[in-house]
Design a protein around this ligand. Sequence first.
Ligand SMILES: [Fe+2]
Ligand SMILES: [Fe+2]
Length: 220
Amino acid sequence: MITLEEVKSNKTILAFINQSSKALSIYHYTDHGIGHVTLVADRARELAKKVGLSSKNQELSAIAGFCHDMGNFLERKNHEYWGALLFQGVFQDKMPPKDLAVVMQAIANHDDYYAKILNPVAAVLILADKSDVRRSRVIVKDKKIIEQDIHNRVNFAVIDNNFKADPLRKRIILQLKIDTKFVPVMEYFEIFTERMVQCRKAAKFLDYKFTLIINNFKLL
Ligand SMILES: [Fe+2]
Ligand SMILES: [Fe+2]
């Protein structure tokens, strides 16, 4: 069975991630490079363990987390499908077909809001990815660009991000501290409602409830 450590040292995967990061920086997007995918991989592994997935699925969650955004260098639109196919190209002779299919489904699922969630690894990846909002994800330092772009503005406003699963209460909780000088809580919702709906869907797939807390207000 292939491990995250092996995936992390695969030169093709690293090239795809770095090219994606470069491509998105042209659009002044937030970090989708090594920083983001490493955090998502770690968060996915931890969450998979907490909700009781098998050790194999914990590893597959971490691998899907690390590879989920690498299709962005081809095109932002449909990057989830590009990424799944690129993963197949690199690993089809190195992984059992079923494991390969599970990771491909997870990568394809992570940004298709109309698709049904297809397996628990996909549900874990959605939660790990959509919960990564934080000031350090903002790459551009230009104040004007930050102010103009709602994604940058909203990420910049998040000064603390605490993500955890509580297996006893069957809750997955995202607690954010937002600096309301930069965005009012409502603006956060304008941009994140869709993502939070996805998180709720993913938590439900795992038989959990999703809770979002912003500045001590419980909003979901
Ligand atoms: Fe993505
Ligand atoms: Fe992502």
